[in-house]
Design a protein around this ligand. Structure first.
Ligand SMILES: [Zn+2]
Length: 486
């Protein structure tokens, strides 16, 4: 299909304005949604649905957290719009490209090795983009999350995570991009190169799903088998009941980064594992807020996802999206706009830049697809909740405890949650479960708050003692050295 005869320079100019207009509109729309959220959470009265299990103070504390996050989100949206404008109008990519070519020629790479040039370009580009985003995530971690007592990271963990993430990103993407570019540049597969490229990409995505929990996640967290016998026993019983053999039940040290708790399931092709954050297990071990049956209810929800094949359904949707994108790219591949968008001359057609240009032009489609995926995943959450509830487990109680402990949004703006949320809101989930509190959760949490404060104080004292010990040791050291000299 030759669409270039329709794409006169004039038409291309209009398409570009249209896409820029869309990006600008999308940013304004998201700012509008953030403002709606701020308005809804400012001085809002406790809702009827929540007053049975949170105090008005807790309700307004969680509102404050949401407002702080929304204000920061507006800043992030503007920041991202400005950086995109700088990349495009400041012709940043052509500069990086020429830098990559120079670097390659210094390393003795042949001048026509476009694949190597592209890989060096991608490495520098990824590094710069991650670096530009770094101040935002630093502020979020050490200012916002710390203010609400969630941050447990040190600077050392934060920066080592940054380096590890960057390395993992680049190392995993390099072989895929090299493979795709060699297909494109060497015209392997003739007219059907895009179909081969799609097939390579989906194989890569599946391989990554398998590799990620085994090799990549342990780089960031320590996995250890869950040690709490009462919880393990309860979960094993459920798994037998559901005919769902687990290959592992793990606990990870999420607490070294955040006080928030969570649980997840891994295993796309067999090797099914359930992973619980230590912060979640602590809500049973230390706080006595969750009983083994509550943690089992959460695992039941995860089993529900697996029984309904939700992971495969989501991935199939992504594969279908990729299929359309690869086909679209094959149709537009010669369109000069893909290359000139980032400031390259129209005769400088580098395949990798074409891919980046195409992805930018497709960003409106991406936003619509994210919205559709959210609508699907919200349905999946209801199905997984229902699966756990049908087995007689009380999922409402752990949901309420996790949401309140994590200061999750208890009363989101309906349009905001429709657009952004991958999960239904807590109120919607509780309603679908027909849940009513069976115990005094306000009282239980109040006791946990007192205990938590005591535990935090002990931790702080230990930290101070360690610090003093180190100080005295370092003071002693020069003396011993001078003793020796004497
Ligand atoms: Zn879920």
């Amino acid at each position: 299909m030759d669409i270039n005869k329709y794409l006169t320079p004039e038409v291309q100019k209009y398409i570009m304005y249209l896409i820029f207009g869309f990006v600008l509109l999308e940013t304004l729309w998201e700012i509008y949604l953030d403002l709606r959220q701020i308005l809804r959470h400012t001085n809002s009265e406790i809702t009827k649905e929540t007053e049975a299990w949170v105090t008005p103070e807790e309700f307004s504390h969680s509102n404050e957290y949401t407002i702080t996050k929304m204000k920061f989100d507006i800043f992030k949206l503007v920041y991202s719009l400005i950086t995109t404008a700088i990349i495009i109008f400041g012709r940043i990519y052509p500069h990086i490209w020429h830098l990559s070519v120079q670097l390659c020629s210094k390393m003795g790479v042949k001048e026509d090795s476009e694949i190597i040039h592209s890989l060096v370009f991608m490495t520098i580009q990824t590094f710069i983009e991650e670096l530009v985003a770094l101040p935002l995530s630093y502020y979020q971690t050490f200012s916002i999350e710390a203010r609400y007592n969630f941050n447990k990271q040190t600077n050392a963990i934060f920066f080592s995570d940054f380096v590890k993430n960057l390395a993992v990103n680049i190392v995993t993407m390099l072989p895929l991009v090299a493979g795709l570019l060699s297909l494109l540049i060497n015209h392997i597969g003739g007219d059907y190169y895009w179909l081969i490229a799609w097939f390579i990409t989906i194989t890569f995505v599946i391989a990554l799903q398998i590799i990620y929990p085994i090799w990549i996640m342990p780089l960031f967290n320590k996995f250890s088998p869950l040690a709490d016998d009462d919880v393990v026993e309860n979960i094993t019983e459920l798994c037998n009941e559901c005919n769902f053999p687990l290959d592992g039940l793990f606990e990870i040290d999420g607490s070294k980064r955040s006080g928030k708790s969570n649980a997840f399931f891994i295993g796309l092709c067999g090797n099914r594992r359930v992973v619980l954050f230590d912060t979640l297990v602590d809500l049973h071990r230390k706080a006595h807020l969750l009983e083994p049956k509550h943690i089992t209810a959460i695992v039941g929800h995860e089993i529900g996802h697996s029984k309904h094949n939700h992971l495969w359904k989501r991935i199939s949707l992504i594969f279908f999206q990729m299929f359309l994108l690869f086909f679209g790219f094959s149709v537009c591949i010669d369109t000069p706009l893909l290359y000139t968008l980032y400031g390259f001359d129209s005769n400088e057609k580098h395949a990798f830049i074409g891919i980046l240009g195409f992805m930018f032009l497709m960003s409106p489609v991406g936003s619509i697809i994210t919205l559709l995926v959210n609508i699907f995943t919200r349905k999946f959450e209801y199905q997984a909740d229902e699966y756990a509830a049908k087995r007689g487990y009380d999922l409402g109680t752990p949901l309420v405890i996790l949401h309140t402990e994590n200061l999750s949004d208890l009363n989101p703006d309906p349009i905001y949650s429709w657009y952004h949320f991958s999960h239904p809101s807590l109120a919607e989930r509780l309603e679908a479960l027909h849940w009513k509190p069976t115990e005094n959760l306000i009282e239980k949490r109040a006791q946990w708050k007192i205990l938590k404060k005591e535990l935090d104080d002990i931790k702080e004292q230990e930290r101070q003692a360690k610090l003093e010990e180190m100080m005295t040791k370092s003071k002693d050291k020069p003396e011993t050295q001078s003793d020796k000299r004497d």
